[in-house]
Design a protein around this ligand. Structure first.
Ligand code: C2O
Ligand code: CU
Ligand code: CU
Length: 506
């Protein structure tokens, strides 16, 4: 019998679509379904939410049929959470997905073997300081019909976090399918600043997808049907809050945009087509010490940027936001008069630089890529260690460490640690071969301090190719097992993820 040749669905040519015909959607703020008692000592009454992962269809463009997604709400991205620092909340995460996956699972990948159910989810709140049992450990997945009750204490500075699936071995597929959303923590420091708020503050969740001609998600596969994993997926369509080429009507005044790169692998270089400047006021874990004036912003998967754009100089104009040459969205500035009600202070939130002398431990950690016979990436590892090996990173609760990320590969890897926030010390070019053969760190250029817009609290850091990136990390919060990983989801799924364990002081 002849083998049926699978036909690859034809990819959409996005250039054939009209631009700026759909208004930018803003995900709903989800109301709690009541109150319940928190698992704290003493317990208190906290808001309770029940959120269902489900199959949905939603239109990404006026001229395309609805696209099948999985989402935590009636549309993608899922609903937005709003809470205040120190106000805990409970979420029952329900897996109400179908029993079959609609994207290609690679059964050779760890955690996704043939004996594992196809559809599994577990939710992680990225950027949250949460107990391990509520952190969404990749092996804590549940199958359709089940749910998990997670508690988020929110004892941390105001920031935009994001929740997303974290199921081992299929995380790249589940997030690609649409399982993520935004989570805002507010606090008094932020509120005292009189930044743009209400309808003048909007999340911009950016992610690219490969769409077929009939507007459906296409997740590319390798030529090997036994092992369909590919090392990075970038799409032909860049969606913002679920729409392709949306527009937003704005008044000629300042707006605050809370940007997230929720893409599997794409790094954006965002700018306005007319080169208009804008300010970045915050990063992953909240406000920067001072606004930073930018004309271009680089943002990698997992990272967030808090931006203020002043449209008052652009009355009646149309500003296009792009990434390199790719068009993302349009801002239509009304011609009328607008009243500026916000202000941009020169100082935001003080951030004390952690002295290196505070670190009690320095860890050298490599980012490794292994290629197959064809020279194609076959697997990526942290510190040349598989996920299943015993835990090697065991920071003591309350101590500070320096993690030295050594990247001999040709890619930038956005490295994310759960539970903690950290500061970037520096990046320095080194000679990879000497390190590989003799484990000698030989630097071939001076250390570069973080850019001003990275000089705040981070939870995801871009480890540049052929550079050593050093971060300083206070391990605060809770004891127990967490993970750190590359946020390029194809890398993370194929073993570029390791556990770490916060242990008590001896
Ligand atoms: Cu965005 Cu392990 O997470
Ligand atoms: Cu995280
Ligand atoms: Cu990576």
């Amino acid at each position: 019998m002849a083998h049926a040749v699978p036909t690859m669905p034809v990819a959409l040519d996005v250039n054939t679509l009209a631009q700026f015909v759909d208004p930018l959607p803003v995900p709903e703020i989800v109301p709690p379904q009541g109150h319940r008692s928190s698992p704290t000592d003493p317990p208190k009454s906290v808001p309770f939410y029940r959120i269902k992962a489900q199959a949905i269809a939603s239109k990404v463009h006026r001229d395309l049929p609805p696209t099948k997604f999985w989402s935590f709400g009636p549309s993608t991205p899922g609903p937005t959470f709003e809470t205040r620092a120190g106000e805990g909340l409970l979420v029952e995460w329900v897996n109400a997905l179908p029993n079959e996956h609609f994207l290609p699972i690679d059964r050779t990948i760890h955690g996704a073997e043939n004996d594992k159910p196809a559809v599994r989810t577990v939710v992680h709140l990225h950027g949250a300081k949460t107990r391990p049992e509520s952190d969404g450990y990749p092996e804590d997945w549940i199958v359709p019909g089940k749910s998990s009750l997670y508690y988020y204490p929110n004892q941390q500075d105001a920031a935009m976090l994001w929740y997303h699936d974290h199921a081992i071995g299929i995380n790249r597929l589940n997030i690609y399918a649409g399982l993520f959303g935004a989570f805002f923590i507010r606090d008094g420091v932020e509120e005292a600043l009189n930044l743009p708020k209400g309808k003048y503050e909007l999340p911009l969740l950016l992610y690219d997808r490969l769409l077929t001609r009939d507007g459906q998600l296409l997740y590319p596969v390798s030529p090997d049907p036994e092992s369909p994993w590919v090392s990075e997926v970038s799409g032909n369509a860049i969606l913002v809050n679920g729409k392709l080429f949306p527009y937003l009507d704005v008044e000629p005044r300042s707006y605050r945009f809370r940007l997230l790169n929720a893409s599997n692998a794409r790094i954006y270089h965002l700018s306005f087509a007319n080169d208009a400047p804008f300010h970045q006021i915050g990063t992953d874990q909240g406000l920067l010490p001072a606004p930073v004036l930018l004309r271009e912003l680089e943002i990698a998967p997992g990272e967030r940027a808090d931006l203020v754009v002043d449209f008052s100089e652009h009355r009646g104009a149309q500003l296009v936001l792009k990434s390199d040459a790719l068009v993302i969205m349009q801002f239509r500035v009304s011609a009328g008069k607008a009243i500026e009600t916000s202000s941009l202070p020169s100082a935001l939130r003080p951030i004390a630089k952690i002295p290196e002398s505070q670190a009690v431990e320095t860890r050298l950690l490599t980012l490794d890529e292994f290629v197959n016979k064809a020279g194609k990436p076959a697997m990526l590892l942290l510190n040349a260690s598989h996920w299943k090996l015993p835990v090697t990173e065991k920071p003591v609760l309350g101590s500070t460490e320096i993690w030295t990320l050594i990247n001999p590969t040709n890619d930038t890897h956005p490295i994310h640690l759960h539970l903690v926030r950290f500061q970037i010390l520096d990046r320095q070019p080194y000679e990879p071969w000497l390190f590989q053969t003799k484990r000698q760190l030989h630097f071939i250029g001076p250390p570069e301090p973080p850019a001003p817009n990275e000089a705040g609290w981070k939870d995801t850091v871009q480890a540049y190719s052929r550079m050593v990136t050093r971060i300083i990390v206070p391990f605060e919060g809770f004891l127990g097992r967490y993970v750190w990983h590359c946020h390029i989801l194809e890398h993370e799924d194929n073993e570029m993820m390791r556990p770490f364990e916060v242990i008590p002081r001896a």
